[in-house]
Ligand binder design. Structure first.
Ligand SMILES: [Zn+2]
Length: 430
């Protein structure tokens, strides 16, 4: 490395996020929705706690940092630090809502890290070419309105006004329209909130891993290469309901035992893939007529698998066809399968992956390349912006629970990694 390059490296790596401030912001945000009985956080979209979190963020941005808040039609919160050139912004962010009885890091960490990076850049007087934007998306988690990734899905044009205005809460039938207006949005204008390709130059989301791959390897950070695809089928297995005492075993067409055989064969097929990025679950089962003295006549189940490679997904579906045929023949049942979700995996942008790679190398921080096995707002941003994700270790791989935790030293590394990646991308991107 020549003298100039070394000097430049030293100068850039001297910028560090403020660990104390970041820790204190995480603590402050975790108060909203804190459930003192369970130790978790209840902060679904549209709740009082969601509103309090929004007010906290707005005050943090405006009073602490001195940047203005903009709320779009679906109530996503945005703030921006202007750049020196009139070019599309680099956007950092995640979401501030939680699942019921969730933790303090999922989503919140991404928003507060993004905020910390912006504040660090501002207070160090670093002038970026690109405007630097922070976003906190509305309703990423499942919520009473039945729409997860609500904010990012809407700005990506996948949820239109015609659908949104009809949505009501499953809990109290109140309208989504009402919840969105309370948070400062307006469904009448959702078309205006839709992003266009080229409007954003890059989107980076920092998120806890929510799995134990980093924890097991004792690594702090991971760079996401893909966000998993999700495939679901509703399967109805029909046999014959009959008397549980008088029907001898050889005469039975037991739909539940067929479903059990199907489930185990599915597990075998998933295990045979022998890949960390392939998982399969049969998480819901309904038995009819579901009585102790009747041989089950019908079973309805949902099957799900996740994988990041289309070719592997196709192989699994072909294996399911064979399993279906075999079970139907062996057990004398009929099997009806219906695809209810076929969401393709999305690849993260190579240039963003390279910038994160460069940034972590600069910090001499080892990392893992991995597939995100959960969905994220970033999955909806790929159509508009070069998109990437940085994962931070979840202790014990736990998330969506009160025990969800990430070590502060890992959080600081993530903040500095994100900061360096922004500095790199600001030079490289147009
Ligand atoms: Zn999340």
């Amino acid at each position: 490395m020549n003298v100039y390059a070394r000097k430049e490296k030293e100068q850039e790596t001297c910028y560090q996020v403020n660990a104390g401030r970041l820790g204190s912001n995480l603590k402050s945000l975790a108060v909203f929705g804190a459930n003192h009985h369970t130790g978790g956080i209840d902060r679904p979209f549209g709740s009082e706690a969601d509103q309090q979190a929004r007010e906290f963020l707005q005050a943090l941005w405006e009073k602490e940092i001195g940047v203005a808040t903009r709320i779009d039609a679906i109530a996503n919160m945005w703030t921006v630090l202007p750049g020196s050139e009139q070019i599309p912004p680099i956007v950092l962010g995640s979401h501030h809502d939680t699942v019921p009885n969730g933790g303090a890091y999922d989503g919140a960490l991404g928003v507060l890290l993004a905020t910390e990076v912006l504040q660090t850049i501002k207070e160090n007087g670093i002038i970026l070419r690109h405007p630097l934007t922070v976003v906190s998306f509305s309703g990423e988690e499942p919520n009473p309105y039945g729409l997860s990734t609500l904010g990012s899905k809407t700005v990506s044009g996948k949820l239109g006004k015609d659908i949104l205005v009809k949505v009501v809460s499953k809990i109290d039938q109140s309208s989504l329209q009402n919840a969105v207006s309370k948070a400062g949005g307006n469904l009448e204008n959702v078309e205006e909130a839709c992003l266009q390709p080229g409007e954003i130059s890059a989107f980076l989301e920092c998120h806890i891993e929510q799995g134990r791959r980093l924890f097991d390897k004792q690594l702090s950070l991971g760079i996401v290469t893909h966000i998993t695809g999700i495939y679901r089928e509703k399967i109805v297995i029909t046999g014959e309901a009959n008397h549980a005492g008088t029907t001898v075993m050889k005469d039975r067409k037991d739909a539940l035992l067929a479903a059990a055989a199907f489930s185990l064969a599915f597990e075998e097929c998933i295990k045979e893939c022998n890949r960390e990025d392939v998982v399969g679950t049969i998480g819901s089962l309904e038995v009819f007529p579901n009585a102790a003295n009747i041989v089950p006549g019908e079973v309805e189940l949902t099957l799900e698998f996740r994988c990041s490679q289309t070719a592997v997904g196709k192989q699994i579906i072909a294996a399911l066809d064979r399993i279906e045929e075999r079970i139907a023949q062996e057990r004398g049942v009929t099997v009806r399968r219906e695809v209810i979700l076929d969401q393709a995996a999305v690849a993260m942008d190579r240039q963003i992956i390279a910038a994160l790679d460069k940034s972590l190398n600069k910090m001499e921080e080892p990392f893992l390349n991995l597939v995100s096995m959960a969905g994220h707002d970033a999955a909806h941003m790929v159509n508009f912006a070069k998109t990437g994700m940085l994962f931070v270790q979840s202790i014990d791989g736990k998330s969506h629970c009160p025990e969800e935790k990430t070590d502060m030293k890992d959080i600081v590394k993530a903040g500095n990694g994100l900061l360096q990646a922004v500095l790199i991308l600001d030079k490289e991107l147009n």
